[in-house]
Design a protein around this ligand. Structure first.
Ligand SMILES: [Zn+2]
Length: 447
């Protein structure tokens, strides 16, 4: 079983050595105080040991004809509801886009108390989501610490109403109030932070003037200060999104024998992508355009994930694409904890969607822990889920995600922190969130 660890939260823990699959088994080893030091933990999903074949799902990922990833199409029927054709897995760009993403840029000053002034954001009638990406210094952690509606409704706050913050909340993040807020906000690493609202169907975005605020902290827990740029992406659509398309940008280090020239025709690679397509297809998201690039083979082993200019930052920063998700295939990711194997790391929850060349612009997938292509496809889907805004269904601390219809402690969910041998899926509530990411191009809205 591949054990993945804290996604959203700052300090990733050591990988439990036991193979019993209980993520809480490693809680003792988790490093709460490491949270602020956790450039280590942009979202390290750590793996312990082999996963065994992820059997059980029929129809593994055949993707159109062999070698056909560049265009051929469609695994029809994947969960397409009501007799509609299933979404494409063929790597085709969507032919119809019905949403638009309005981008605004702000420069915000964070004061010596580690907080910005209150800012205002006017949302239009047709806004279906807001993404904020804070681009700051690699010295500091950042979080959107407040997001409050024109009628006073609290999405996110340092002191969310009705919530008593506990030591366990402090343990998981240096910003416990935002983490426990109705619309969770969390940061996991220095330099870049992301926020998606709504990231649960339980809150409702309305038009009008919203207020928001940033908070910053050094890795040692001191208030951060200075100017940061904030990119605000407002996803607008005439009605709630129903179906969509996600571009994938594949980057190869040579790991698993895959290269830009060979991957499209490689049966293992197709099976991995096909596995990812099963998860996303079932909630109405087809895989859109694919690109293939080689990156420096030096990155095949990511041996530093902490500190300024570490290899993880450099591999992410090599992304050149402003759509979808950039995936980097490596052999292994060497974490800071001895004996810990990391299955994958996402550039954030959410990551800096639509922004290339930042130190968080993608997800890294390790191919060495389990060479079963369906297991690799599971990690691709899981890490991309984080990048698009999904939290683990249950963190190692016992915190569950803010989505009502996800299982609190069952393994049959893509965002459970372990890869299971059996079936797994995304819920409708998780689909709601994914369809709100600006990286998912909406192709059909509810009528
Ligand atoms: Zn994860």
């Amino acid at each position: 079983m591949l054990l993945l660890c804290l996604a959203a939260a700052a300090g990733c823990d050591e990988t439990p050595k036991s193979d019993d699959g209980d993520p809480l088994g490693g809680a003792d080893g988790a490093a709460p105080d490491a949270a602020p030091e956790a450039d280590a933990a942009p979202d390290p999903d750590q793996g312990a040991g082999g996963m065994g074949g992820a059997g059980g799902m029929g129809g593994a990922g055949g993707m159109g004809g062999a070698g056909g990833m560049g265009g051929a199409g469609g695994m029809g029927g994947m969960g397409g509801a009501g007799g509609q054709p299933g979404p494409s897995c063929g790597g085709d760009a969507p032919d119809a886009r019905v949403d638009q993403v309005e981008v605004r840029m702000e420069t915000v000053t964070i004061g010596r108390d580690g907080r910005s002034e209150e800012q205002t954001l006017e949302l239009p009638e047709d806004a279906v989501s807001v993404t904020m990406i804070v681009l700051g210094s690699e010295e500091y952690l950042y979080v959107v610490s407040q997001f409050v509606g024109p009628d006073g409704r609290v999405f996110t706050s340092e002191r969310p109403p009705g919530v008593t913050l506990t030591q366990i909340d402090q343990f998981i993040t240096p910003f416990p109030g935002p983490f426990r807020s109705p619309n969770r906000s969390v940061t996991a690493a220095t330099g870049v932070a992301g926020y998606l609202a709504p990231n649960t169907p339980s809150v409702e975005l309305i038009p009008g003037d919203w207020t928001w605020q940033l908070q910053s902290m050094s890795e040692r827990g001191q208030p951060g200060s200075g100017e940061v740029d904030v990119v605000i992406e407002i996803k607008r659509a005439p009605a709630p999104p129903l179906r969509g398309s996600l571009d994938l940008h594949f980057h190869f280090t040579g790991a698993h024998g895959w290269t830009a020239a060979t991957a499209a025709g490689d049966a293992d690679f197709q099976a991995a992508v096909g596995r990812m397509c099963e998860f996303y297809g079932a909630i109405g998201i087809g895989l859109g355009a694919f690109t293939y690039d080689d990156v420096d083979p030096e990155f095949a082993t990511v041996d530093s994930i902490q500190g300024a200019n570490n290899e993880l930052h450099r591999i992410y920063a090599s992304s050149r694409y402003d759509t979808g998700v950039s995936l980097f295939f490596v052999e292994r990711i060497q974490g800071p904890f001895a004996g810990a194997a990391i299955g994958g790391i996402a550039g954030g929850t959410p990551g800096p969607t639509l922004l290339p060349e930042t130190v968080r612009s993608g997800v890294v997938v390790a191919t060495e822990l389990d060479t079963d292509p369906r297991a690799i496809g599971h990690i691709m889907a899981h890490e991309s889920g984080h990048f698009l805004g999904l939290f683990h269904t249950r963190e190692i601390t016992g915190h569950t995600d803010p989505i009502a219809d996800t299982p609190d402690n069952a393994q049959d969910n893509l965002m459970y922190p372990t890869v299971t041998q059996g079936d797994a899926h995304l819920t409708e509530g998780q689909g709601f969130v994914l369809h709100r990411s600006p990286a998912v191009v909406t192709t059909e809205v509810e009528r």
